[in-house]
Ligand binder design. Structure first.
Ligand code: GLA
Length: 742
């Protein structure tokens, strides 16, 4: 029983042997939270988990029961105005200007599987994989109904949550906030982990001890952002990558979000996750319903890696488009860093031809193929071929690429408009602006008002036509600026704070239409690299260009950080030329390949400029990737050595049956006279099985306890005869169960 309802239908216990999540109906009719964590055995009554003690001083109380104070009780969906003074999960504004609500329990329903969320991306599951509990609460005075959706996955330590609010009254109301998840913990001793960064250095791992008061991350940029990922974890002080407890939270949403931890005056910790209440308000008319995005909650007793693996499994099996779950993703070459805007058909076909020779499978034409675009100042919105550069048209180019044995893909930036464009001349009103305000440019461009259906429809028609005409196999959907002067002429004055959410719904609408109509087109999302790396977009686009930074050393951190939440096979990772275009660093081709190997692999360089020796290296890299592609797609990923803490990085991916593993080891700076023997301790293997690696045999426990010895050049031996490595070195190990070697 994954959902146990006890104590005369007042207690709810979601459990799957890996976690327990328990809440109950309190004596005031509201829902109280009781427990979230390690799996507990079921029992009839858990109410003793409610901290019920006599309050002193000025605590709020329930009528004549002075010990009942929601000021300190853990709550399931805390609301504003009845005596809980912490940040609420829900806050409304009524026509008379009041804000107080009192949602009390009405009934519950259990469904096998998982209902979808209208207009929003969400995890999916069939009846055998998940069970859903829906709790209905009512606000009797205002005639509002709140439905709390909880899905517990049977084989994963995961619960998803979302909330919907139904207006059954006669008055319109305004939603000021409706968080997707709220969890109260009866303690404060946690570290908060999140991912932060900026363009070209996304997803750096940040850890800090929680302090009394509010600490939060979020976005008000109109996208989930390069700056903070919609992910937050609480871990115990002694939790490591491999052991200990951690609670992970991730929002399936690509717009403005808030993830917040609040420690109150009794040292309880409240986590809130949802749409950022800043610049959000939603007018809800009678008979209308509003759905929050979905929050994913992971509980791991197996450290940060355990948490990450649960996210990875969920996203691979229950979030990305089904078509792409097991489908091989082609190794691609993208012309951006090879040509930037300066190309013609001949140049592109020469790249494609060379790419084919080394084994590449897909050619992607990046920015600059449309309108009259020769730099980033014009033409966004004019999704018609640039006849000056490609006089024979796109179809001709696409066929030329296919004739050379590669698939063809194209870059779009659907949400944008250049002030210098035909689209802007015919529809200046489609560019977002606040009346009377001078619009702020970013990368010389403005954003289209995707809250308006006709705008989305127009862009859809242009894209669909090109997909059909050129028989595209792949689209890189970019988004290169954040939103300023947010406002839509299509919205009434009291609905302007719906703008950001409606904008993202417009983005989802376009994604939905295109992915449904063209299910075999592979979408890769991008937002100036990692400006929208979130599960909301993974639902449509199974891979994402996680950073414009292709430098192998920088990528160690970016990929390591991104792996906290997102599967390796969702991370676009390409080998580019040196000196690197972002850092000017020279790293060996071998290291660039060894880093990119742990992702969806590709190249971002001109293969015509490779020496014969480099071409050979690349052929080898491609063969290696093809050999291990299924393992990279399906295996369990482990972070082993942390690049944020040391000069080294190591990670590995182990097949689910533990028969094979791929290990990447990287050393940034050479260290003279360093150590005599260095081992890298592995994880995830079967202790008693014998494995073969580079011709040597080891037991799983040896590899996990003593470690895998590194080649001589990593040991800092400076003797005249010893191998030496220099800076930026790497080594890939492939390990197989003894007797299973090919
Ligand atoms: C963004 C993307 C790059 C490239 C350029 C093209 O910066 O992240 O990969 O596509 O736009 O303008």
């Amino acid at each position: 029983m994954y959902i146990q309802v006890t104590n005369n239908g007042t207690q709810f216990h979601l459990t799957n042997g890996r976690l327990s999540y328990i809440f109950h109906v309190m004596k005031n009719g509201q829902l109280g939270h009781l427990y979230y964590g390690k799996a507990l055995r079921g029992r009839e009554d858990f109410s003793r988990l409610q901290a019920y003690h006599v309050q002193t001083g000025n605590s709020t109380q329930l009528d004549d029961d002075s010990a009942f104070s929601i000021e300190s009780f853990r709550q399931e969906i805390p609301s504003y105005g009845k005596g809980d003074f912490r940040s609420p999960a829900i806050s409304l504004r009524m026509p008379d200007g009041s804000h107080v609500t009192n949602f009390v329990y009405k009934n519950y329903e259990i469904k096998e599987g998982k209902p979808s969320l209208p207009d929003l991306p969400a995890a999916y599951a069939n009846n055998k994989d998940a069970s859903t509990l829906q709790i209905r609460l009512v606000e009797k005075r205002l005639k509002l109904e709140l439905v709390l959706n909880y899905t517990v996955f049977h084989d994963l330590p995961v619960i998803t949550r979302s909330v919907s609010l139904d207006n059954r009254g006669l008055d319109r109301i305004y939603i000021e906030r409706l968080m997707s998840a709220s969890v109260d913990f009866p303690e404060k001793d946690f570290e908060m982990v999140h991912l932060a960064g900026a363009w070209a250095r996304e997803c750096h791992i940040k850890t800090r001890q929680l302090q009394s008061g509010i600490q939060s991350i979020g976005s008000a940029r109109g996208a989930s952002s390069h700056h903070y990922n919609p992910f937050l974890a609480l871990k115990r002080f002694n939790t490591t990558e491999h052991t200990g407890e951690v609670y992970g939270f991730n929002l399936v949403y690509s717009g403005n979000f808030l993830a917040q931890a609040e420690i109150d005056h009794y040292d309880n910790t409240r986590i809130l996750l949802g749409i950022n209440p800043f610049r959000f308000e939603w007018r809800l008319e009678p008979d209308e319903c509003f759905h929050s995005p979905e929050a994913v909650m992971v509980y791991s007793e197996e450290g940060m890696n355990g948490m990450s693996q649960a996210f990875h499994d969920l996203y691979r099996e229950h979030l990305i488009p089904k078509h792409w779950q097991k489908e091989i993703r082609p190794i691609l070459i993208n012309n951006w860093e090879a040509t930037y805007f300066d190309f013609n058909e001949e140049k592109l076909l020469a790249i494609a031809e060379k790419a084919k020779d080394v084994g590449i499978e897909l050619f992607v034409l990046d920015d600059g193929w449309f309108g009259s675009r020769n730099d980033d100042t014009t033409s966004l919105g004019d999704w018609k071929v640039n006849k000056n550069k490609l006089p024979k048209g796109l179809k001709h180019l696409a066929e030329g690429v296919r004739l050379r044995g590669l698939k063809f893909g194209l870059w779009f930036e659907p949400e944008m408009i250049s002030p210098k464009s035909n689209l802007y001349e015919s529809h200046p009103e489609w560019a977002i602006k606040t009346p009377g305000e001078h619009p702020t440019l970013s990368r010389n461009q403005r954003v289209l008002d995707f809250t308006q259906d006709e705008v989305v429809q127009f862009i859809y028609e242009q894209m669909a036509q090109i997909i059909r005409e050129t028989e595209l196999s792949y689209i890189k959907w970019d988004m290169n600026r954040y939103i300023t002067e947010a406002y839509s002429s299509g919205l009434e004055a009291d609905c302007q704070d719906e703008f950001y959410h409606r904008y993202i719904l417009g983005v989802y609408k376009l994604y939905d239409r295109l992915t449904k109509e063209f299910p075999s087109v592979l979408f890769e999302s991008c937002a100036g690299g990692g400006g929208r790396v979130d599960p909301g977009l993974l639902y449509f686009a199974p891979q994402v260009w996680i950073s414009d930074n292709t430098d192998a050393v920088e990528r160690l951190k970016i990929q390591y950080g991104t792996s906290m939440v997102y599967p390796i096979y969702s991370m676009g990772s390409h080998v580019s030329a040196v000196p690197n275009h972002q850092t000017l660093r020279h790293t060996p081709l071998s290291m660039r390949g060894d880093v990119a190997l742990f992702g969806t692999f590709g190249y971002e360089l001109d293969p015509g400029e490779l020496t014969a020796a480099e071409q050979k290296v690349i052929e080898g890299q491609i063969q290696k990737y093809k050999q291990h592609r299924a393992l990279i797609r399906d295996g369990d990923f482990y972070r082993l050595i942390n690049p944020f803490e040391t000069n080294e990085t190591a990670w590995m991916i182990v097949s689910k049956d533990k028969h094979e593993a791929l290990i990447g080891f990287y050393q940034v700076r050479a260290m003279p006279n360093w150590r005599r023997q260095q081992n890298v301790r592995l994880a995830g293997l079967e202790r008693d099985w014998e494995y073969v690696v580079d011709g040597q045999c080891f037991y799983g426990d040896e590899l996990m306890t003593i470690g895998l010895p590194l080649p001589e050049e990593f040991n800092g031996v400076n003797g005249a005869t010893a191998k030496r490595s220099g800076d930026y070195q790497s080594h890939i190990f492939y390990l197989q169960l003894k007797g299973k070697q090919n």
